[in-house]
Design a protein around this ligand. Structure first.
Ligand SMILES: [Zn+2]
Ligand SMILES: [Zn+2]
Ligand SMILES: [Zn+2]
Length: 481
């Protein structure tokens, strides 16, 4: 929807005499005599794509809005009604009973959801009499959407729900619960992502990372925007959206990309909030007043959103440990990199854990990358600076062997800065980790003295593939005795 159109509509609705019946030109004539009969009318106004119905389902900026605003004042006890449920079911329809989600490649998910269809119909029918003001509305809607999604996607309801809600006219019954405003606003602003927002809509989008600090701040700003005191206040909203736009681009994009987004997001959010929010008749003037105010005494909006290193405790998750034998086998097959480092570091705030990893680049480079991606203050432990020139052979194999040796202390960590899981953390002392690295590094040096060492070790690992890992490590160690 365009900002101008929205503005015009809001002005017309707020300038109008409250007793006056607004009938925008060209809209279908509906009889509205008294509050009660109007409410009944509202139930009858079908958003269903019936052939006889000249009213389009979209765009959201249909003249429905003005009337709904009035309906909002009158029909507080309204229920969803069967016609809305009908359209809801139509919008949520999953052809061939396949999951309604889109895969990361942008293709429709092919998983069957036929087992959930009975539950879907039952739940949707039971929602027809649900009061619109019900706190449960959002939960029920989410539950309903999850019944159209496969096991993998069933927790990702918000995107699909937002799309469905957006297909209903603004101000329609279903959109009037303020909780669904949150969902819809989240759909307007960019999703939290680790990569640059430039050309996100195109297939060739920028793959540069924006950094863990920006990712975490983006999440906080988006949450802030969904708070009523922010999205209903033009100045605060603007402030948050401008910050958001600064956060989501890589260093290559940025200035030239930041042009129209804030304006677009603002008008879309204003359109979403307008049916339930008191709207100012002179946005330009109030905006200025608000800005002044926000820069002086009302700095509450963004002051607690500060970008900084993440010192929080790790989120340790229960996860099956990696298959170490497979990792050893893969490392034996890899012929490059031939040399590199196996390193140990910890991060500030989590002294009980160490990370053991390998790199074929310099340790410094690796640590800088990690600090940027995961937004952590990294404390290097090993190798010490003077050893950095001494590369070791087959670092990936040494790393795999160290991980296997420390397997009982392995933890999996959910990282909300790089949105990934980290498997290479161990609840051991730095000394224990260093001992393992030194042991397997010097082992490697001796083993690699023969030219056929890879084949020889690969044979051993293959034979022991399904055996005890501890036994395998002992056998490999024995190779140099
Ligand atoms: Zn799916
Ligand atoms: Zn970029
Ligand atoms: Zn991370």
């Amino acid at each position: 929807m365009s900002a101008e159109l929205d503005h015009a509509q809001r002005r017309s609705s707020s300038e109008a005499d409250p007793g006056m019946v607004l009938t925008p030109p060209g809209s279908p004539v509906t009889s509205r005599v008294a509050g009660k009969s109007y409410r009944n009318d509202r139930q009858e106004i079908p958003y269903l794509p019936a052939k006889s119905d000249p009213m389009p389902i979209t765009p959201p900026a249909s003249p429905q809005k003005t009337k709904s605003l009035k309906g909002d004042e009158i029909g507080k006890e309204n229920t969803l009604g069967s016609s809305t449920i009908g359209l809801l079911k139509h919008q949520l329809d999953v052809p061939n009973r396949r999951c309604g989600a889109t895969t990361q490649k942008g293709e429709p998910c092919q998983m069957s959801v036929s087992g959930k269809m009975a539950g879907f119909h039952e739940l949707s029918n039971s929602m027809a009499n649900m009061p619109l003001s019900s706190q449960q509305m959002e939960n029920k809607l989410n539950e309903l959407v999850s019944l159209t999604l496969c096991k993998t996607h069933q927790n990702r309801t918000s995107c699909r729900l937002a799309k469905v809600l957006n297909s209903f006219p603004i101000g329609s019954d279903i959109n009037r619960a303020s909780s669904s405003v949150t969902t819809r606003i989240k759909h307007v602003v960019p999703e939290v992502s680790i990569t640059c927002f430039a050309d996100k809509q195109n297939s060739i989008s920028c793959i540069e990372r924006i950094g863990g600090g920006n990712v975490q701040t983006t999440r906080r700003v988006v949450n802030k925007i969904t708070e009523a005191e922010v999205y209903s206040n033009d100045a605060r909203l603007q402030e948050c959206l401008e910050l958001l736009e600064k956060l989501i681009f890589c260093s290559l994009h940025g200035e030239k990309e930041r042009t129209t987004h804030v304006r677009t997001w603002t008008s879309e959010i204003q359109a979403i909030r307008s049916p339930i929010m008191p709207i100012s008749t002179a946005p330009a003037v109030t905006k200025f007043a608000f800005s002044l105010q926000s820069s002086q005494d009302d700095v509450s909006c963004l002051t607690n959103i500060k970008k900084g290193c993440d010192y929080s405790s790790f989120i340790v998750v229960d996860q099956k440990p990696p298959n170490y034998i497979k990792k050893i086998r893969t490392a034996l097959r890899l012929k490059s990199p031939l040399e590199g480092h196996v390193y140990v570091y910890e991060v500030q705030g989590n002294p009980e854990f160490v990370k053991v990893g390998y790199t074929s680049k310099t340790v410094q480079e690796r640590i800088e990358t990690i600090g940027f991606r995961c937004n952590r203050k990294v404390k290097e432990i090993y190798p010490v600076t003077m050893d950095r020139d001494n590369k070791i052979k087959s670092p990936e194999l040494v790393e795999a062997l160290c991980h296997a040796q420390l397997r009982n202390s392995q933890v999996t960590i959910n990282c909300d800065a790089c949105l990934g899981k980290h498997y290479e953390w161990f609840r051991v002392s730095p000394t224990e980790a260093i001992d393992a690295i030194q042991k397997w590094s010097s082992w490697m040096k001796k083993v690699a003295a023969t030219s056929t060492w890879r084949e020889k070790l690969a044979g051993k690992v293959k034979v022991n593939e399904f055996q005890d890992l501890g036994k395998l490590l002992k056998e490999l160690e024995g190779e140099i005795l």
